[in-house]
Design a protein around this ligand. Sequence first.
Ligand SMILES: Cc1ncc(COP(=O)(O)O)c(C=O)c1O
Length: 439
Amino acid sequence: MRYDSITEAIGNTPLVRIDPAVHGLRHIDLYAKLEMLNPFGSLKDRAAWNMVRPGLAGAAARGETVVELSSGNTAKALALIAGLHGLPFKSVTNRMRIPEVKDLLLLLGAEIEELPGQSECLDPTDTDDPLTRFHQELARPGSSHLHTDQYFNPLNAEAHARGTGPEIIADLDGRAPDWFITCVGTAGSSTGVASALRAHDPSVRVVGLVGQKSDFIPGIRTLDEVQEVGLFDPAVYDTIEGVGADEAVEGMVILLRRCGLLSGPTGGAAYYGAVRHLRPLDEELTERRTAVFIVCDRVESYLGYVRRIRPELLGRPPARNSVATLTEAEVRAAPSVGVEAARAWIATGQPLVVDLRGPFAYGALHIDGSVNIVDELFDELVRGGLPFSRSTPVLLACPVGEQSARYAALLTRMGHPDVRSLAGGIIAWRDAGAPLVRD
Ligand SMILES: Cc1ncc(COP(=O)(O)O)c(C=O)c1O
């Protein structure tokens, strides 16, 4: 294979059958589409190249910077492609949560601008989110950026409608699979592949996977973020199911240890979600069927993530005091307090108010007198034991009250007698018109 440019090596990734002895499905052949074998390391190589290619010559002539709202694989692919064409690349994102990716982007020469917003997924309806505001600015005429706009750009989905989907059909000897199971971030890959498969055979069923409510799986939406944004159209999916971060890692470990696939967490989530969805259907089947899931990227960037969720996989002691060990019943029973009651409590009981958000969000607006311990650091602290004396009442606050509920449940289990979660989080506090201060 000889190429004039590395971009010519994008696409034509292998489709590999998973050994039935591993997944246990008796009537379904399960295949992994190995998108991590794209040259820049992920399925985003296709979208990045398809989106940026038409604008490269003009951007070079005008001395523009390639810019994208991405904290992961799209940024990585664009940084490499921009460098290849002598252009600067800037990644704009709300808080980069995977430090290995941030370091890699810096090494690739990218400029990184971290904003004080909440979610990784763009929400244009949230006009307070700086990411949304930045996105709007980029759309104004006169911007000196080549903005690839992955959440809205139809060329994102088109890359998969023309490449990934038809490749799957060709590798299945001209047939579409019966099921296509995939994780949903911008929705470009799922939308594009689904359209190609359904054009070939309308009966294909499409299963979209997202992170469980407050679970962070790098690169994809959570159930809370399943809203119609940009390319994301709920009608593309026959069903959308949640996968927990621990389940994603469990699926990833099977791909790593039993299948020879160096998959990252979303590949693990896709495998786990596929087998969970297909198992009950398999029992009813008498004829052979086919299912395909996507392995989006590789594992190496996520070792810190694995260390946090399943430290024992990396030879460290299992995390006893970890939110990952909570049951749903424990989380439901977490002590919480609404905004008005919290204000009264702060006025009279003087709890220590701990804000678990990122430092930028905290700096922008926070409850007066609160301390900022970002969730990752809080997680570390709690692992070592109760971080506060039992005699100090504690009010925990996070963006929407989900994370704080988990930590309130955990600290309660660890023996703290008076820890409460701010119901609805800082958003509810703000919406109730309660005072917030700025650094
Ligand atoms: C690791 C990972 N997996 C899956 C996806 C989902 O891809 P899409 O944006 O096409 O929905 C992404 C998207 O960023 C990703 O980074």
